[in-house]
Write a protein that binds this ligand. Structure first.
Ligand SMILES: [Mg+2]
Length: 423
């Protein structure tokens, strides 16, 4: 029996999340700006249609914005993250195995299930009904083909958002592959695309028809795997979800230049707290922390440095992590420089069950720290991020990023809940 996979992907995810809570944005062009309102990171279809490019600086599109009455929003990651978790939960109920591939995409393992197109339609209907978000579903015997089917389902409204590769004739399959540039194939990056072009391989179809053995010698076994997948034989399995993240990264550019050590300490404390929260969410502990700071990299005398501290025993305690992070920061901070960015990485992670208590760490300390961290996390979950934080983060946070056009955190903050007036 051939394998079967679905790729479920939300349409214009960030813009769609915003529309759920503000229906006035329906059918209007929307752009969403990066951290610090710098450039465009997401667009609705309408914004794409009037020619807003991906990644363009905000200031460059002011004429377009006026001309087409484009709605401008700062990114609201608390909202997108929460909506993403909800979508994934709903989608995950349709199959025994799910791989969350990105914030708005997930693979489902459908092998052995019947009426796959029907399953796809059900997924689409349920996500729309329960969450108000539009998704498209691509179904195929390999993950690589499921990706292409998803893209096709998105661009042809006739398909009603679902395309099952298995239902196509050989001729239609060939046509579908001919319609994709070779660079659109999963795993073919820009560099590979150029090399393939030189060999005259410009479409997904041409890649499928190429000599797999020869391509394996010329490129790598990875290329052979991609070709085999295009031929409908699965060689990329579902990623094992139980394998927790190997490292957790938290970094941001500052909203304005930062020079003072105390401000960097506030930022690093906050990033560490966020990373620690994720760590506890995953049920893991870190063995080391790396702190990174840098100035403008385009300056002649640019400065970028990092420092790593290894702990005596793995920990998920925010206060412990922050203590080490600040220590690392102080070892690399240089006075008189203008800093643009800082970041924190927790690495060498171990799962909670496998962790050994150090000889010097008592069970009592461990239990106390666990209770305190639980209180911290549950308070922040209930009352919104930042309701409870370590004093080291500072209360003003003047270095924080700009987000002038941010919508409320509708689903994660009590203060931002929608108000219904009944009078
Ligand atoms: Mg998407």
């Amino acid at each position: 029996m051939p394998e079967q996979f679905a790729l479920v992907d939300c349409n214009n995810f960030y813009a769609s999340c915003e529309r759920v809570f503000n229906p006035k944005l329906q059918n209007k062009p929307i752009v969403i700006l990066s951290n610090n309102d710098g450039c465009v990171v997401a667009r609705s279809n309408e914004a794409k249609a009037v020619g807003v490019g991906m990644g363009v600086p905000f200031f460059k599109i002011s004429a377009l914005i006026k001309q087409h009455d484009i709605q401008v929003l700062s990114s609201n990651y608390a909202l997108y993250g929460d909506m993403s978790a909800r979508v994934m939960r709903v989608i995950g109920e349709f199959a025994p195995e799910q791989e969350v591939y990105s914030i708005d995409e997930s693979f489902l393992h459908l092998t052995g299930m019947r009426d796959l197109t029907g399953v796809g339609t059900q997924i689409r209907t349920r996500v729309k009904q329960w969450l108000g978000l539009p998704v498209c579903v691509g179904i195929a015997p390999t993950k690589t083909l499921a990706k292409l089917c998803n893209a096709t389902a998105k661009s042809y409204s006739k398909l009603d958002g679902v395309l099952d590769y298995n239902s196509l004739s050989d001729e239609r399959k060939a046509k579908l592959l001919q319609s994709f540039d070779v660079g659109d194939v999963w795993g073919v990056g820009r560099k590979l695309k150029e090399r393939l072009r030189l060999l005259g391989i410009t479409s997904a179809y041409a890649l499928r028809e190429s000599d797999a053995e020869e391509m394996s010698r010329r490129f790598s076994v990875v290329m052979k795997r991609t070709i085999t997948e295009l031929r409908g034989i699965s060689c990329i399995d579902m990623e094992n979800m139980s394998e927790a993240r190997k490292q957790i990264l938290s970094s941001r550019s500052f909203g304005r230049p930062v020079t003072e050590l105390f401000e960097l300490e506030e930022a690093v404390t906050m990033y560490t707290s966020r990373a620690a929260e994720k760590l506890r969410g995953d049920g893991t502990r870190a063995n080391e922390i790396t702190v990174y700071i840098r100035t403008n990299p385009y300056l002649d005398d640019a400065y970028a440095e990092s420092a790593t501290v290894r702990f005596p025993h793995p920990t998920d305690d925010s206060m412990m992590l922050v203590k080490h992070a600040v220590e690392a920061l102080r070892s690399i901070y240089k006075e008189g420089l203008i800093y643009q960015k800082a970041g924190v990485t927790l690495s060498n992670l171990v799962s909670n069950d496998g962790q050994q208590l150090s000889l010097f760490q008592s069970q009592v300390d461990n239990a106390k720290s666990k209770r305190m961290m639980q209180a911290l996390d549950s308070t922040n979950q209930k009352y919104g991020r930042g309701a409870l934080f370590l004093a080291g983060e500072g209360t003003k946070k003047a270095w924080q990023i700009k987000a002038e056009y941010k919508t409320p955190e509708y689903t994660t903050s009590w203060d931002d809940l929608a108000v219904v007036n009944a009078r």
